[in-house]
Every structure is written in C-alpha cells, then in structure tokens.
Design a protein around this ligand. Structure first.
Ligand SMILES: C[S@@+](CC[C@H](N)C(=O)[O-])C[C@H]1O[C@@H](n2cnc3c(N)ncnc32)[C@H](O)[C@@H]1O
Length: 355
C-alpha cells in the first residue's frame, strides 16, 4: 500500500473497484498547448484527455474491432466469464462493449483520467487509478485486458507481475499494442532522412525513452509473460495500412480509419512530449507534422504492426509449459490483405535480430 493522498482521494473512500466516486483532484485538468491533459499523476502520461482525444480513442477501438474480425479479444475465455479488468481503459469503450456482450461478467475499467461516460451497463464500472502503483484491490480476475498502454507504462514487468497476482488460476491476460516504429512496405530501404514520417517516429521513440517510456516495449512482451510464469503464450501480428491504399475492401476501410487515427495521434503524441523533452517550439512541431502528413499522403505505403498477446495463468499444480514454439508470430487471420513485407514470415526474435 502506498501513501499517495491524491491517489487515495481519487479512488474514493472505499478503495473498492466497484466505486465510481472520485474527488475533484482527478478533474483538475491542465490546459496546455491548446489541449486538455489529465491532472492525476500528471507526469505519468503525456497524451491529452480532451474530447478530440476521446474521439480518436473511439475510432481506434473500431479499427481494432475491424482488425479482429469484429471481436473484442482473442483469448479463449468462456462466454460466461465472471470477473474482468480493463487496465488503462480510456473512454471505457472496450469495457462497455465487453459488459454488453457478456451479461454474466462484472467489468471494471481503471484509468488515470475520469473520461468514461456516466451511463454504462449495470455490470460495468470505472476506477481512477495508476496501474503502475500497487493494485489495491484483492479481487481475482478471470480476464485482464490492456490495449494501447505503451505511452503510460514505465515498468512492464511489474504490470505483468501484478496481473499474474490478480488473475485466478486458469485466467487469461490479453495485451493489444502497436509496435513502433512503422515500416514502409513500398520501399523497405526508405530512411528517416528521406521520410518525415519515419523521422517523426524516431523522434517520438527517442523523446519517450528520455522520460522512461519504451515505445518498442511490446517486442519483449513474450519474454515478460514467460518470466512471470504465464503459459500458453500466443502472439498474433497484424498490419495496419496507414491510408486507403490496400486493394481489399475491408483492408481499405481499415486503412481509412487508421490514417485518420494516425493524423490525430501525430499532434496528440507530439505536442507535450516534443516541447517538454525535445525542447521544440510549437511552430517547429507543426511544420514537422505538416511534412509528416504529406509523406503519409504521398506515394509510399506505410504500415504499423499491431500485436495481440494472449497468455494463461497456470492452474494450481499445473507445471509451466512455457512453449517456445508459440512465441513466433502466428499468421494473421486474413482480415488484412496488405502488401506483405519480404520478412513477414520471420519469427519475432528474427525481427528483433534484424533491428
Ligand atoms: C491510448 S489510450 C488507450 C485507451 C483504451 N485502452 C483503448 O484502447 O481505447 C491509453 C489510456 O491509458 C491510460 N493510462 C496511461 N497510463 C496509465 C497508468 N499508468 N495507469 C492507468 N491508466 C493509464 C491513459 O489515461 C489513457 O486513457
């Protein structure tokens, strides 16, 4: 237990994941650079939490559903799953959809920001908390989900350890993350010197690393999961086309969503980080972002890898069968007919070795 008073007040008096009571400290937003940022544990997360960002997150949610063929998750959990936690739930859209589709489940979403709606299904609730602190609840979950949290997490091994501790034996964890940097599939030799988008992406990775955030962290997720004792570890890889260039109709639709999401993300991700960490002025950032947009709209075709990791906590008495064969990327279930990269069939480790 820590003694952070902000955190205690943000959690309400009961320290219970069923409470939605939070005090004004969590609503004392900061307004900077023309955007609104959250106040609770203010330095921990540098993306805004305003309406524009909420719209972006909801659009991104639809991109994920399209990617997974309409599904919210890939883990083989039972339909009548009971207890579910969504870590870093954002607007709560995943938790709300999950609660609607699983009336048996009690779904709790936690986030640094109170940006979830008031009207939610009766089996869904939200708590304002920092997932990097000790989880104060004694609950044991059947399913723990986290999506697109890389900007907010410094210590992934601790997140995985806490998840392991708070899962029931046989329960599942699922992580859905983007793997930076994006790649150019039309010209794999394109360098950041020739591509404002790749240049921006490198700056983003570097600026984040200077404040302890590793945007390439998902590459180590399989290792983290294994080290914690998870079994049945599965890593699925998808490619998000950034723009409506794929021939396949569904993938083209996805490309539209992803490009719009990326265009909104460019400013959301850069403003606070590049001004505070890289000491760039706002006008320098806007000039860079305008070049990046031109690059994405230009002749080259970019993709962003999306990874989905599923893993199970062993049953009591079950010996860990950390199955290395499953660590390589599994084939994509076909929703995305994007131009394959020459190295598409490489294992995760081979991808790492190449970088
Ligand atoms: C990119 S958004 C993703 C939201 C949601 N998972 C989704 O996919 O729609 C990341 C969210 O994680 C939250 N977040 C970041 N770091 C966090 C932390 N340490 N503890 C709790 N929430 C965190 C942010 O406030 C933000 O709402």
């Amino acid at each position: 237990m820590n003694d952070d008073s902000d955190r205690d007040s943000a959690l309400g008096e009961q320290h219970s994941p069923t409470t939605t009571s939070i005090t004004s400290s969590a609503y004392a937003y900061r307004y900077e650079l023309g955007r609104r940022y959250h106040a609770f544990e203010a330095e921990n997360y540098m993306l805004p939490n305003d309406d524009n960002e909420a719209e972006r997150l909801d659009l991104q949610h639809h991109a994920f559903r399209l990617t997974l063929g309409g599904a919210l998750y890939l883990s083989p959990i039972p339909d009548d799953v009971q207890s579910v936690l969504d870590v870093g739930c954002g607007t709560g859209i995943w938790a709300i959809d999950f609660a609607d589709e699983h009336p048996s489940a009690s779904v709790v979403g936690i986030d640094l920001s109170p940006i979830q709606p008031n009207e939610v299904p009766p089996n869904c609730s939200f708590v304002i908390d920092d997932a990097e602190k000790e989880w104060l609840y004694n609950d044991q979950y059947d399913f723990v989900h986290e999506r697109m949290l890389c900007f907010g997490i410094r210590d992934w091994s601790r997140i995985f350890q806490q998840t392991f501790l708070h899962l029931k034996p046989g329960g599942w964890i699922e992580c859905q993350e983007a793997c930076f940097p994006p790649r150019c599939v039309s010209n794999p030799l394109l360098t950041p010197e020739d591509s404002p988008y790749l240049d921006w992406s490198n700056r983003l990775i570097r600026a984040a690393s200077l404040i302890g955030v590793d945007l390439t962290a998902p590459r180590s997720f399989s290792d983290h999961l294994q080290n914690c004792g998870f079994v049945d570890i599965r890593a699925h890889q998808y490619k998000w086309p950034i723009g409506p260039w794929p021939k396949d109709k569904e993938a083209r639709k996805l490309g539209c969503y992803v490009k719009e999401n990326m265009f909104d993300f460019l400013q959301a991700a850069s403003l606070a980080l590049f001004t505070k960490v890289l000491k760039m002025s706002r006008s320098e950032i806007e000039v860079l972002l305008s070049e990046v947009r031109k690059d994405i709209n230009g002749k080259e075709r970019f993709v962003l890898s999306i990874g989905v990791w599923c893993a199970r906590k062993p049953l009591v008495g079950e010996h860990g069968n950390n199955n290395h064969a499953l660590f390589s990327w599994l084939p994509t279930p076909g929703a995305l007919a994007v131009t394959p990269e020459p190295d598409d069939n490489l294992s995760e480790q081979q991808h790492l070795d190449q970088e």
